[in-house]
Structure formats: C-alpha cells, structure tokens
Write a protein that binds this ligand. Structure first.
Ligand SMILES: Cc1ncc(COP(=O)(O)O)c(C=O)c1O
Length: 379
C-alpha cells in the first residue's frame, strides 16, 4: 500500500460526489413558460418527449413527475396484482421495491454480481415461483444489466421485464439504447440525475398500446389531448380504470429540454473521466475496479470501486478534499419488507467493499487529477 500523504489536503474545498447540471439556457426557457401562465402538461411536455426519443433513442417515452411514478405506472400496466411476486435487486434505492408494495405485491430480492452491483440472472432463475409476474432490473450506477439473459428468463417463464434505468440515460447494451430493449424502461429526472427536470421521470413502453394507456393513466385515466370540452365547459370523458396524477408540467419539461442540449457531449466527458480513472486506478493496491465488458456502455452516474479497509479510504480521501460515498446501501433489510432476508452472498460481499468517487458534469480536469492522486497516495 502506498504511503499516506496529508500534504494533498485542500481545506474547505471538498469535491462533492454529485452536482446538479442546469444548462445556461434553462432559466430563459423556464421563464418563457412562466410568462405564458400555462404551467401544466401541454406542448412543452410533448416536445420534451420527442426530444428524449430522438436524442437518447427511447421507445415511446411517456413523461411523468418522478422515476418512482414511472416504475409504479409500469407495474400497473403489467397488471401486477396483490400477492404477485416481482424479482428485483437489493442494491438500489428504496423506491424500486416500494413501488412493488404499492400494488400490494411482494418484492423478492435476488443476488447481484459482485463485480457490477447488477442483478445476477442465475439468482433470478432461482427465485422464480408460480407467483412471479415480473423482473425489475436496476442498471446500478448506469452500467447495463445482462439484458439478453434477463429477457430469455422472462420469455421462458412468461414474465414482464421492467428496467429501472434511473441511473442509465444514454447507456447502451449490444448497440441498443437502454430505453428500447425490454417491455418497460423507467428513467428519473430528479435533481442530481444526468438530466434534471427538478423532479420527473419517463416510462418507455415497447408496446404502443401500453404507451397509450400510460399517457391516459398519468392523468387520471383521461385522454387529455383527445377529450373535448362540452358546451357547458366540462371536458367529456369516461374513466374506465384507475388513473393517477403523475403527469409532468410544462415548466419542468422546459428545464429538461434545455438540459438535453449537449447531453451527448456531457456523456462523452463523463466517459473520458471514467476511462482515466480505470486506467490510472486499476493498479493501485487495495482497489478492485468494477467489471466491464465491451458489449455495453455505462452512463456512469456513479464511478464505483471495491476497496479494502473502506472506512480508512473514506477518511483519507476526505482529508484530501474528496468525498467518497456508498450512495445506497442494500434495501432489503428495511422493516417494511418484513425483516432480514440475508441469503444474498454476493450482495453481502458488495456491502463490505463498495464505494463511489466523484464523477459529474462540474468536475474539472484538475479535480479529476486530484482525485486520482488522492486515491493513488493510499490510505
Ligand atoms: C435506482 C433508482 N430507482 C428509482 C429512483 C426514484 O427516482 P425518483 O427520485 O425520480 O422518483 C431512484 C432515485 O434516486 C433510484 O436511484
């Protein structure tokens, strides 16, 4: 292990783990919507959806007010019923599995691959019972899951696939965009994600009928664009199934549209920083890089590593002005899910050693260099 170097400390200048990216054009674009006084869901939401499809290759994106709403809507469209089982990883944010419980269904936690933090298809296969209805796969930190294997298991057992791509806009798997592969893919546009609308999300549906249902269900089950007002002024509709107030607003979509400009350049920069980290940190004693294969491209919402003596690592980096964080611990231990589960051996190993170092749009070249030096100096 290299010697510890305190001379690298930068007091008062701690590099944060995340930033919130706001395009310089955003303030004007949002102001235009505010000045129009049409704040709710309208033409700007439509424009945002078209731009998401064009820029990121998403299939039928339906914009909603959060990534959590997108996941819930996908489960509703699958037709998840009370008592059904949905297989998901524990290495995620609590939202993933809570949406399953919102339908009174049961999250069944599968193990992950230690090298990536992504759900392990072999563990999915072991967890299938006659009650299983769907697989919810999370692209942890933006690195795509083993989609071929997951879709093959789903096909064999007649299950739906829902991708939680909150961390993965712009990622790709075997040349296909995340958002155009399985039945449903859900994105988050929350404040610290790659593309923010303040809060927001999108559910992408392979099947156009599902997309049509999603458009209606995001606003109470009413077809907002095709239901005309009567002479008395009331919109004419017949709601035939439960809907939700999950629509995105035009001022939020204006922020999202502005932030979509230059997305590809921002992603290329993130990837260049990740490549530098991988090249220069791979050989540092006490570090194991996450596994990557050339058939997929991460969106690098996170840059994760496995480290020995993690607490010492975090403290040493903090002394040198660098934040390191686990971001999310496994979620299956929350009492809402019924207590300890504990049969996830790779998850248990991951819990002990995973850590993330800063990677985001505001990170300067100098800061990236400082992070590399700070890690290389040892702990
Ligand atoms: C993996 C994952 N899924 C879902 C969500 C929920 O997204 P939102 O905050 O937009 O509801 C998050 C949020 O951080 C997340 O990290």
């Amino acid at each position: 292990m290299p010697a510890k170097s305190d001379s690298m400390a930068k007091p008062g200048l701690t590099i944060p783990i995340f930033n919130t990216y706001i395009s310089p054009a955003a303030a004007d674009e949002v102001a235009k919507v505010l000045q129009s006084t049409f704040l709710s869901e309208g033409s700007i939401v439509k424009a945002f959806e078209s731009r998401l499809a064009a820029e990121l290759g998403l299939l039928n994106p339906v914009a909603v007010n959060s990534g959590t709403s997108a996941l819930h809507l996908a489960l509703v469209l699958v037709g998840i019923a009370p008592g059904d089982e949905v297989i998901c990883p524990a290495q995620t944010f609590i939202a993933t599995a809570l949406t399953i419980m919102q339908e009174r269904a049961v999250p069944v936690f599968a193990d992950i691959n230690y090298g990536t933090g992504n759900i392990d298809p072999r563990s999915i296969a072991e967890k299938i019972t006659p009650k299983t209805r769907a697989i919810m796969a999370v692209h942890w930190g933006g690195y795509p899951c083993d989609m071929d294997e997951i879709c093959a298991i789903a096909k064999k057992h007649g299950l739906a696939v829902i991708e939680d791509a909150a961390h993965a806009p712009g990622a790709s798997y075997k040349g296909r965009a995340i958002g155009a592969i399985s039945d449903f893919t859900c994105f988050s546009f929350q404040a610290i994600k790659h593309i923010t609308t303040g809060d927001g999300g999108a559910v992408c549906c392979r099947d156009e009928n599902n997309a049509r249902s999603a458009f209606a269900k995001r606003w109470f089950g009413i077809d907002r664009f095709n239901s005309r007002p009567s002479v008395l002024g009331e919109r004419q509709y017949n709601v035939s199934a439960v809907g939700y107030k999950y629509h995105l607003n035009d001022y939020a979509a204006a922020l999202g549209l502005a932030n979509l400009s230059g997305f590809k350049e921002r992603m290329a920069r993130r990837r260049a920083i990740a490549a530098r980290y991988r090249k220069q940190l791979g050989g540092v004693p006490g570090i194991r890089l996450f596994s990557e294969t050339p058939d997929r491209e991460s969106a690098y919402w996170l840059f994760g590593l496995h480290v020995e003596r993690r607490l010492d690592f975090v403290r040493a980096l903090l002394e040198r002005g660098v934040t390191a964080s686990v971001i999310h611990q496994r979620i299956d231990r929350n009492s809402v899910f019924g207590g300890l589960r504990g049969d996830l051996s790779d998850q248990a190993r991951f819990d002990e050693t995973q850590i993330n170092i800063p990677i985001h749009d505001a990170l300067t070249e100098e800061q990236a260099e400082h992070i590399i030096k700070s890690v290389s100096a040892g702990w």
